[in-house]
Each structure stands twice: as C-alpha cells, then as structure tokens.
Design a protein around this ligand. Structure first.
Ligand SMILES: C[S@@+](CC[C@H](N)C(=O)[O-])C[C@H]1O[C@@H](n2cnc3c(N)ncnc32)[C@H](O)[C@@H]1O
Length: 263
C-alpha cells in the first residue's frame, strides 16, 4: 500500500476506534509539494547557491519538487531511516544523504536513543523539515530545533511543519467538508474537554495520549517497532515554545502549519 503521509495520518486518526490495526506502513514518501510549500512560506527566497538541509528528507523528493531551482550539490538530507537514504543516493548521486541513527519507534526502531545530530561539516542557509516533528514528542522537537538552529549560517532560516489539531483542512482543500479538523477526525475523543484543552497530544497506533510526561517520551519509552506515532501541537503552544518564530497557516493544499525561525 502506498499512501501519502497526510492521508496515512488521516486514516490513522479515523481508525482510532477500530481495532485491531489492519494496515501496514510504507516509509517512502511520495510527496511532491515541499518546494512550493517552503518557497511560499519563506517568501520566495533565492535558492540557487544556498546550502540546504532537508531534515527528515526521506528519499529526497524535495529535489524532484524543486526542479532546476536547487543545485543537487547544495542539498543535504539527514534521515534516520537508512533504506530511504540509500534510495536517495541512487536517485540523486550529486546530493548528500546522511544517516542519523537515532531511535524512532516508527522510522528507526533499531536505532540508538538520544543520538546527537551528525555534523555535516557545513553550515546551512536554509534548513527545512516537512512532516518530521509530526512524529516526535514535544521534548524531542524542542531539542532537535535547538540543534538544527546551531547548524544555520548567521543569516540562515529554519522552517518546519507541524499539525495544529484545530486547523480546518477545508481552508486549504476546498474539496473537504467545512470543519474537517483533526479533532473532528478523532470522533468522540475529539469532543472530550481534556483533548480540546490540550496544547499537544500524540496518537500512538490507536491510542491517544494528552500532554504525556517523560515516561512516554520517544527517547525513553519502548515502542512497538514500526508503530504509527503522530503528534499534534497547537499554534499557541508553538509560539510559546519558539518565541520570535513566525507561525504560518498551511498552503499548497497541505494541512501542516509552518514554524519559521530566522537567525
Ligand atoms: C512523514 S516522512 C516525511 C518525509 C519528507 N520530509 C516529505 O515531506 O516527504 C517523515 C520522515 O522523517 C524521518 N524522521 C523521523 N524522525 C526523524 C528524526 N528524529 N530525525 C530525522 N529524521 C526523522 C523519517 O525517517 C521520514 O523519512
């Protein structure tokens, strides 16, 4: 089965009340909207000649979406899944694909916990992460964002996406019914007052955890290999976690918000 990640997540959320789980996960991304999405979020910057890091860039489909607007030599992809990196190297031999052997129950279940980010030996003008912090807990997102900021050039920019559970997807995709939020998608759970008040929550396989503590942190708990792990953060929480960042509503028919941090 090959499903676009957003749809997989949508499916995963829809199936909250179904058990046992009956679908497998394809870890190869087929998304082709990353370039146009970030180009708009960043105000159409000059891409040529800029060093770009695609954090969690999977097989590098960002390059396919960018066409000739990005030189492959200037593109680095760091990912925790060695298999997708191998595919990226074959497809884009002039680009740089770097393995980060960090544990993730969903994407790298045999990796090491609390691994520091690899040093690529270069500072980046633009660091992007599309649908990566949608699969980690709050603590890991804050730590990773701090580490990525240290990899920026003095005037560099970091942009990464997140799922705001309150976002009405029909605003970016008119084919959807009004009010198509993650909360509605959660069914009766989405109407639960605790869930509605939550600043963040995760859905691991079929179970929803509201603002889970350290014991449930990705780098602490023992997850089922290749389980589905999806996280949701409100825009208000993101503003408080990253003061000085700008938060943008989704564009390009995507339903992920963007957090932009400029040095
Ligand atoms: C949903 S996919 C998105 C892939 C790609 N960015 C795109 O937009 O198509 C998430 C990707 O992030 C990678 N990933 C997950 N957690 C990560 C982490 N902590 N550090 C780096 N990559 C991570 C996964 O291996 C996977 O390739």
């Amino acid at each position: 089965m090959s499903l676009h990640d957003d749809e997989r997540l949508h499916e995963g959320a829809k199936r909250l009340f179904e058990s046992p789980r009956s679908f497998s996960w394809n870890l190869v991304s087929t998304r082709l909207t990353q370039f146009s999405y970030f180009d708009e979020m960043l105000g159409h910057p000059e891409w040529k000649g800029r060093k770009i890091l695609d954090f969690g860039g999977n097989i590098g489909t960002f390059l396919a979406s960018a066409g000739d607007r990005v030189d492959h030599e200037d593109y680095w992809c760091i990912d925790i899944n060695p298999a997708v990196l191998e595919q990226g190297r074959l497809t884009y031999p002039r680009a740089h694909f770097v393995h980060f052997n960090r544990y993730s129950s969903q994407y790298n279940p045999y990796g090491k916990r609390n691994q520091p980010l690899p040093d690529c030996g270069v500072k980046f003008d633009i660091i992007l992460a599309f649908s990566v912090f949608t699969h980690v807990d709050k603590k890991e997102m804050v730590e990773s964002v701090g580490a990525l900021r240290r990899m920026l050039t003095p005037d560099g920019v970091l942009a990464f996406t997140f799922f705001d559970p309150w976002f009405d997807r029909s605003l970016s995709d008119p084919s959807l019914r009004r009010g198509a939020t993650v909360l509605r998608n959660l069914g009766p759970r989405g109407r639960n007052e605790m869930v509605k008040r939550a600043r963040w929550f995760v859905v691991i396989d079929d179970t929803l955890y509201v603002e889970p503590g350290d014991a449930m942190c990705h780098q602490t708990r023992k997850g089922r290999p290749h389980e589905s792990y999806c996280s949701f953060f409100t825009s208000d929480l993101m503003k408080s976690l990253f003061p000085g960042a700008t938060i943008h509503a989704p564009v390009c028919r995507e339903w992920q918000h963007c957090c932009v941090i400029r040095n």
